[in-house]
Write a protein that binds this ligand. Structure first.
Ligand SMILES: [Zn+2]
Length: 351
């Protein structure tokens, strides 16, 4: 759920640990930082969780998916390599199930306080509380405007409340993290920053002395994080917000930080990777511009131009959201105009 699968090149990055730990396995990846890899039952087959030394115990950064297999992996780690150590608190970077999934269970079981940004906490809570699926009509209307056919729309709408199956709820209170905060873990200060685009207020941490940057899903070594428009905010510009966040990270952090991201391998080469991600989106905008120059196109028309492989219903939902993210970005910048046909489908043309 958290990341799109299209790979981008990762040339010139350095990976100090070229082999990840086995799922459920722990590695000390930096002084006072343990790397726990957890399996995901998707094409993206893993998520990285970090344990940061926090006095007489460990602060946990993200949880993995809220399913039985991940719970068992945590139990095994706590009975094995972590036996005798204490968990002190949980920090969650964003609301996606592979990151927040076991928050309810971990916090209750170990009596941990939860640190999260306000938007991510409330966003997760809003999905958990929307048992009636009140967003369904809006979901259908949004996908109709993209030009998907009726079968595709029903498949996307029919995916249902998978969020509830992949999460274990939230504790009833949380500690708010805000950009500019500094939290202290084991005597070390960690600067909090936030970024939008992939999720609304994703939390990242930077430890300046050790030059450790916990980038969450905002900067990943191999994957370009999913940046999508969702039906709740059809005119949103998540790509503009994402690119602004990348620029801000690049301006505020040096190139020689160790990037500890939530997927793929930890790496050096932050600026190089940010430039690659920004270029990737720029190239996609160029392809869309070319397509819309020839004739007006719907978002659905553009999917095969950007994704050169068959997509299932799940992937189609992500793909169309990504396409609309690029279209909204280009409209805001005056590169595209939009008209709406009698059938309600939005068509985009170059100016
Ligand atoms: Zn993720």
């Amino acid at each position: 759920m958290s990341s799109s699968s299209q790979a981008a090149a990762a040339a010139g990055l350095t990976f100090p640990h070229a082999t990840p730990p086995e799922p459920g396995g722990l590695v000390e990846i930096a002084p006072g930082v343990l790397w726990l890899r957890l399996a995901l039952p998707f094409q993206l087959n893993h998520v990285n969780v970090y344990l940061i030394e926090d006095g007489d115990g460990w602060a946990v950064l993200d949880t993995g998916l809220g399913d039985d297999a991940t719970r068992a992996a945590w139990e095994a780690a706590l009975a094995g390599p972590l036996a005798g150590s204490r968990l002190t608190r949980l920090i969650v970077t964003h609301f996606h199930p592979d990151h927040v999934g076991l928050a309810g269970w971990l916090c209750k079981r170990f009596n941990l306080p939860l640190h999260m940004s306000q938007t991510e906490y409330l966003f997760s809570l809003s999905i958990l509380l929307d048992q009636a699926g009140t967003g369904e009509e809006q979901l259908r209307a949004f996908h109709q405007s993209t030009g998907l056919n009726d079968d595709q729309i029903e498949q996307v709408v029919g995916r249902g409340h998978s969020y509830l199956k992949r999460t274990t709820g939230l504790p009833p209170s949380f500690l708010r993290l805000t950009a500019g905060d500094r939290i202290t873990l084991g005597g070390r200060g960690f600067d909090v920053s936030t970024g939008a685009g992939h999720a609304p207020e994703q939390v990242m941490l930077f430890q300046p002395e050790a030059k450790l940057f916990f980038s969450a899903d905002q900067v990943l070594a191999k994957i370009s994080p999913n940046v999508s428009v969702w039906s709740m905010e059809p005119e949103a510009d998540p790509l503009g917000l994402y690119l602004a966040s990348l620029a801000q990270i690049r301006a505020s952090l040096p190139e020689d930080v160790f990037v500890l991201a939530c997927h793929n391998l930890p790496f050096y080469g932050l600026h190089r990777r940010i430039d690659e991600l920004a270029l990737h989106h720029k190239q996609r905008c160029g392809e869309i511009l070319d397509a819309c120059r020839a004739e007006p196109r719907s978002a659905a028309d553009i999917i095969p131009i950007l994704f050169h492989r068959p997509l299932d219903a799940h992937q189609t939902g992500f793909a169309v959201g990504e396409v609309v993210a690029h279209l909204n970005y280009m409209m805001r910048r005056g590169e595209l105009d939009r008209e709406t046909g009698a059938d309600g489908i939005h068509l985009y043309r170059t100016r």
